[in-house]
Design a binder for this molecule. Sequence first.
Ligand SMILES: *Cc1c(COP(=O)(O)O)cnc(C)c1O
Length: 232
Amino acid sequence: MAGIRENLANIRQRIRAAAARCGRNPEAVRLVAVSKTFPAAAVREAFDAGQRDFGENRVQEAEAKWRELSGLGVTLHLIGHLQSNKALRAAKLCDWVQSLDSIRIARKLSDAAAESGKRLPVLMEVNLGGEEAKSGVSETEAPVLAEQIAKMPGLDLRGLMVIPPLTEDPENARPYFRKLRELAQRIEARGFEGVSMRELSMGMSQDFEIAVEEGATIVRVGTAIFGRRPAQ
Ligand SMILES: *Cc1c(COP(=O)(O)O)cnc(C)c1O
């Protein structure tokens, strides 16, 4: 398998190509390298190859890893479900939270962020597949939560995130990406004070090129950069 540097170069090239295919500016797509389960050394290797945005899905794991990496100027995105008892630690550690999915957790996070003098950029995670086992708000709850989050002083709502149902064929994700974009437009059209729906976080190793074609501004790529994760 190629090294992290080669993988990153390859992914960036494929993002540029996908953006070019649909007349988008490739600079408008932020690549988040998902380093969950990989050690600090892997993050450092990616950093040395110019990568600056990283994604982790567990606060505890990220804290331990980031302690080893202190001083490295990176942007850390929380992309996994946040438990309310970890809100304070998440607000301290993370630069973005992409997985906001309830008013209760949003309140806790907002209070924690405000306490540390931060206004934390957040995305709402939407469960478009209606999957029981997945976190995320439903399509109908999303505008309601958006209106609430907009009033919270510690949070800066920037858009939506989705993890489509797992399938073999990446093309199956396309309708979900489209649906997320349309939902963002509908929420934007409601004109809630302080709500922006500019950011669409969608697309992973399997389907990030399709997501870019459908308007992703953030893609979250793990396996294609760091290699396969041990089964959890
Ligand atoms: C693990 C994870 C990713 C990365 O998935 P890959 O298929 O390894 O690229 C992206 N988003 C979320 C929310 C994840 O948990």
